[in-house]
Design a binder for this molecule. Structure first.
Ligand SMILES: Nc1ncnc2c1ncn2[C@@H]1O[C@H](COP(=O)(O)OP(=O)(O)O)[C@@H](O)[C@H]1O
Ligand SMILES: [Mg+2]
Length: 243
């Protein structure tokens, strides 16, 4: 499958250093509109750092990131939100003292201007936050905080959505439900990158996966194929995610 030419996102030779340590060491991959791409790999392989660089939290130390052919590497995250790139956090970061509705209002006001905003009510209804609409975000449970983080990102109308362990800690019913939601979002043409350790979840929702190790991609393709590749097996069995 060659989605490369029509891809929305191209990451080429991306490097991110922390001191002398290369958290990203020449990472390359692409993602197309409407595609759900899984980013998997052992702890410390650079998944969150990839999201942090692509979403503008960190500037890259080398390589390129392009969105629709336009170089976006090093553009700050608040500007990237306006270009249609947003993400969720492995540990959600809502404004804790603001209510759920206020958190969403901030994101709605901040989003991509070219696209008509959804209403806070519709988003809260769709992501099961209506009953906590007027509670401060600090009072939400883990699943609700994750949904608020997702809604906050969606409120900005992204073309590229990066999800960092959104499913971690959700129960099986919640996992099935959120899988369906993510697939529906992709069907609207959004490119979605999903970082997750739960392989069943990855298998259920992704079109393709990138397997990372030590800041590089070591496999690109279907998960069903990845799990038969010796180098991939070695990376997973050698790490802490043998299950
Ligand atoms: N801000 C940072 N400062 C120093 N080292 C970092 C920082 N962020 C990530 N790292 C290091 O980079 C490596 C990759 O981390 P990360 O991208 O969080 O991995 P993953 O999400 O795949 O578990 C790890 O060794 C981590 O300790
Ligand atoms: Mg991570």
């Amino acid at each position: 499958m060659s989605l490369s030419l029509t891809s929305l996102l191209h990451v080429t030779g991306l490097v991110k250093r922390f001191g002398g340590f290369h958290a990203l060491d020449g990472l390359s991959f692409h993602a197309a509109a409407g595609e759900i791409l899984g980013l998997v790999g052992p702890n410390g392989s650079g998944k969150t750092t990839s999201i942090n660089v692509i979403s503008g939290l960190y500037a890259p130390d080398g390589g390129n990131v392009t969105l629709d052919g336009v170089s976006i590497g090093g553009i700050a995250s608040h500007k990237l939100v306006h270009l249609g790139v947003n993400r969720t956090f492995q540990i959600p970061k809502p404004f804790l003292s603001l209510t759920v509705r206020e958190n969403i209002a901030v994101a709605l006001a901040y989003g991509r201007a070219q696209v008509a905003p959804p209403t806070a009510e519709a988003l809260m209804d769709e992501y099961r936050l209506t009953e906590v609409a007027d509670r401060p975000a600090s009072e939400l449970n883990n699943a609700q905080q994750k949904m608020l983080d997702l809604v906050r990102a969606l409120a900005t109308r992204p073309r590229l959505l990066l999800l960092d362990e959104l499913a971690a800690g959700l129960n099986p019913t919640e996992l099935d439900w959120i899988s369906a939601r993510i697939k529906a979002l992709a069907q609207t043409g959004m490119a979605i990158i999903v970082v997750e350790h739960l392989m069943g979840f990855i298998e259920q929702i992704t079109d393709r996966v990138i397997v990372m190790n030590a800041g590089k991609e070591i496999f690109e393709g279907k998960l069903a194929v990845a799990v038969k590749v010796p180098q991939v097996i070695e990376v997973f069995l050698g790490g802490e995610h043998a299950a």
